[in-house]
Design a binder for this molecule. Structure first.
Ligand code: NAD
Length: 534
């Protein structure tokens, strides 16, 4: 039982048909104290999509609160940046353990706010632990000062340093209330920045609870500021004041955010939409591919940026694959329980439900066939929709090229790897792809030619996503910049070249004409090339 739920309605104490979709009285108020808001602030009602019930209400920040947050962040940042990276990562090691220890209450909140299943909420816990552990261990080396080859061997001594940007502004989305709310802030902090974070209102309870844990892990006061509010006013105010912009959301909003950052000449990292393909080659392990496809397409009810929405089947295995896959989809267990065992939960909102319904109805009206699913399930909760597989999808249908961001996948057939690669690349997006083949060399060859930031061979999304040492992000219209690995932290820094020059250096020695000096330098460069010096 968790201390977030009222003690008489623990999830284990009730039958599954009456899940306790409430939080402890006063919890929202307690969590909200961590955000910068003003007395008499407007409030936002946090609603659980699982039932449509109100969980609590949160005060909303104003633009002036955002300014207050930045002032405090700037003061705290200079002290924080003065600590060596080895000291700055200490809180991450503690956070790793705290998140794992407090997982039950975190999963309750994630499920309540997002509508996803327990096991998908657990993925978020794993993700935060993984990112924390990675940057705790590798952060200092990613930020270390390095010697670089100078212009004149031995005489020019270059050092590459990394300085924090200052205050990083982060606008986080709603679909991964724990993971998306805080994992971008962690490397930004380790790099010596302060952060002003605006979590989405729909996931703010989880975000605020996670920030309590970050505080408990020992992050100094003031370094991580939180404001609450909508995107266009408060989110925009956060990004407009940032020394570096971190945004996650749709490509349409991302374009606006990037344009504003461009006007101010500050850097921006954008994690945007996708229309992600999975290719099942003719030598694939069909059973394994079908099992994974269900997870890769319907995890978090498809409200996952790296979720698969296009299923490209080699014609030699298409029928065999669908014979295994479609019954699996039809057998998926949908439910609103705050407990293990369900395969898919709810969509987040009426808007998401309307978009999914529109994509499916439009496809059917234009001649697509529904192989599984295809309708809303109000009997389970206000925004439930069945996992849906469409066949015969054509260019004229909205679902063909537009991101659904829901539990809908379209089936296509190809006769060769080359055709599959062309189809995978025939989209404005380039976020994630999945390739299934028993021949891993073939899988790598295909993967290398797919224009996506991550390609999973014999997995759907989890393998590349959870490989925290390697970069993750979008090509084409799916984004700019990368999360994870060296790039995921170095983007939050300014690199600097400090070069000390010894000896005569570039001065022309006395008594030597400019022409003679130029000849000597020319000969010197030729020697350097022969010696393999850059
Ligand atoms: P959205 O662009 O409408 O909103 C995303 C976030 O930006 C929200 O929190 C919103 O409040 C905020 N926002 C809106 N306008 C803003 C503005 N002018 N300035 C600052 N912030 C603003 O997207 P959505 O429909 O809520 O989210 C789904 C989209 O996000 C999908 O396209 C999905 O693929 C994408 N997404 C991408 C990733 C990734 O890592 N690539 C992760 C999650 C979601």
């Amino acid at each position: 039982m968790t201390d977030l739920l009222p003690s008489d309605t623990s999830s284990s104490a009730l039958p599954q048909s009456t899940p306790p979709h409430v939080i402890a009285p006063g919890l929202a108020g307690r969590l909200a104290r961590r955000a910068i808001t003003s007395p008499g602030a407007q409030t936002y009602d946090c609603v659980t999509p699982l039932t449509g019930g109100v969980l609590g209400s949160l005060p909303q920040s104003t633009v002036s609160d955002v300014e207050t947050a930045y002032k405090a962040a700037r003061i705290a940042q200079s002290r924080w940046a003065g600590l060596p990276p080895e000291r700055r990562v200490v809180f991450l090691r503690r956070l790793h353990d705290l998140v794992l220890d407090q997982q039950t209450e975190l999963m309750d909140l994630i499920q309540l706010e997002s509508g996803k299943t327990r096991v998908q909420a657990f993925e978020e816990v794993l993700d935060v632990a993984g990112v924390s552990r990675h940057y705790a261990r590798k952060g200092p080396s990613y930020l270390a000062t390095h010697r670089r080859l100078g212009a004149l061997p031995l005489l020019s001594q270059s050092r590459e340093l990394r300085h924090p940007k200052g205050v990083v502004g982060i606008v986080a989305p709603w679909n991964y209330p724990l993971s998306m709310s805080i994992t971008d802030a962690l490397p930004a902090l380790v790099a010596g920045n302060a952060v002003v974070l605006r979590p989405d209102n729909r996931s703010a309870l989880t975000a605020l609870r996670a920030i309590e844990l970050i505080d408990r892990a020992g992050l100094p006061e003031g370094v991580l500021q939180v404001v609450l509010g909508d995107g266009p006013a408060v989110g925009n105010a956060v990004l407009e004041r940032a020394d570096y912009v971190m945004f996650t959301g749709s490509t349409a909003t991302g374009r606006t955010v990037a344009a504003r950052a461009g006007e101010r000449l500050v850097g921006a990292s954008l994690e945007l939409g996708g229309k992600n393909p999975m290719y099942v080659a003719d030598d694939a392990d069909v059973e394994a591919a079908a099992e994974c496809a269900v997870r890769a397409m319907f995890s978090s009810a498809g409200q996952l940026c790296i979720s698969i929405e296009r299923l490209i089947l080699h014609e030699r295995v298409a029928d065999e694959f669908l014979k295994v896959f479609v019954p699996r989809v039809k057998a998926m267990k949908l439910g609103a329980d705050l407990d293990w065992g369900n395969d898919m939960g709810s969509l987040i909102s009426a808007e998401q439900l309307a978009k999914v319904t529109e994509h499916v109805d439009d496809a059917v009206a234009h001649g697509a066939t529904v192989l599984a699913g295809g309708k809303a399930r109000p009997d389970l909760g206000p925004y439930f929709y069945e996992p849906t597989v469409l066949d015969g999808v054509q260019e004229s249908m909205q679902v063909c090229r537009n991101e659904t961001f829901g539990p809908v996948v379209s089936v296509y057939r190809v006769s060769s790897d080359a055709e599959a690669i062309a189809m995978a690349n025939d989209t404005e997006y380039g976020l994630n792809a999945s390739v299934w083949t028993r021949d891993t060399a073939r899988g790598r060859r295909i993967g290398n030619r797919i224009r996506c930031g991550t390609v999973n061979v014999n997995e759907g999304y989890a393998a590349a996503w959870a490989s925290n040492g390697a970069p993750m992000g979008g090509m084409k219209q799916s984004g700019l910049g990368r999360r994870h690995g060296a790039e995921g932290i170095q983007k939050y820094t300014e690199s600097q070249n400090v070069t000390v020059q010894h000896g005569p250096g570039f001065a022309i020695p006395k008594g030597i004409s400019q022409k003679t000096w130029a000849r000597a330098m020319t000969a010197g460069l030729k020697v350097m090339k022969k010696a393999g010096l850059s």
